[in-house]
Design a protein around this ligand. Structure first.
Ligand SMILES: Cc1cc2nc3c(=O)[nH]c(=O)nc-3n(C[C@H](O)[C@H](O)[C@H](O)COP(=O)(O)O)c2cc1C
Length: 189
């Protein structure tokens, strides 16, 4: 089984990456295949609201979105992790959410039954807003979100600061294990 994690930070080796790697390690230890996708490596334009995805499972904008959409369809677990920028996820993740979410919903809820959850990384505030923003995508698309010991928010400003947030990383350990157990149970049913 495969779990993919989107990193929505422009700092490829930044705090969000550290937190993702910490989370995916739990899943690797449980035997899952994992992968990280750096959204800033891709061109993902904003949704144009044309509603062409109501006519079929595609988006008419000619960029990297449909490749990412296909990767998401093949994954069993999907994690979306973003640094907090003014209380919000960064623009490429918002574009990914809008476009993949609308295509999937308009074509039979393609992601229904997959599992995963958002992660927010912040210096100080806005983490809960960002989690809530991304979680809407999971709720609206029928995914199943496991809990943890807290909301999936980890604190740090300069690169590496998140390593000092022991409670945040503990929550990510728990989240990774819960996601692995959930995926295993879903596969058994
Ligand atoms: C444009 C910008 C906006 C930010 N907005 C917030 C914010 O609203 N609240 C906050 O606490 N930190 C904010 N930060 C700090 C980042 O969330 C923080 O440094 C985070 O660790 C960056 O993660 P990264 O290393 O993965 O990029 C902002 C940083 C930038 C560059």
């Amino acid at each position: 089984m495969k779990v993919i994690a989107f990193n929505a930070s422009p700092r490829k080796q930044g705090n969000t990456r550290i937190v993702i790697e910490h989370t995916l390690k739990q899943l690797n230890d449980m035997g899952f295949e994992t992968g990280i996708i750096h959204l800033f490596d891709y061109t993902i334009q904003p949704c144009q609201g044309c509603n062409e995805c109501r006519e079929g499972e595609h988006c008419p904008i000619n960029d990297d979105l449909m490749n990412l959409y296909e990767i998401m369809k093949r994954a069993d677990g999907i994690i979306m992790a973003s640094p907090v920028y003014f209380g919000s996820a960064t623009p490429p993740l918002k574009a990914l959410i809008d476009r993949t979410g609308y295509i999937a919903r308009n074509n039979g809820y393609v992601f229904k039954g997959k599992a995963g959850a958002p992660i927010a990384v912040t210096a100080r505030d806005g983490g809960n807003f960002t989690i809530a923003q991304i979680a809407f995508w999971y709720y609206y698309n029928g995914l199943i979100m496991p809990g943890s010991t807290s909301w999936n928010v980890v604190y740090g400003e300069e690169i590496g600061d998140v390593l000092q947030d022991t409670r945040g990383l503990e929550a990510m350990t728990e989240f990774g294990i819960n996601l692995g157990n959930l995926l295993t149970k879903l596969a058994d049913k």
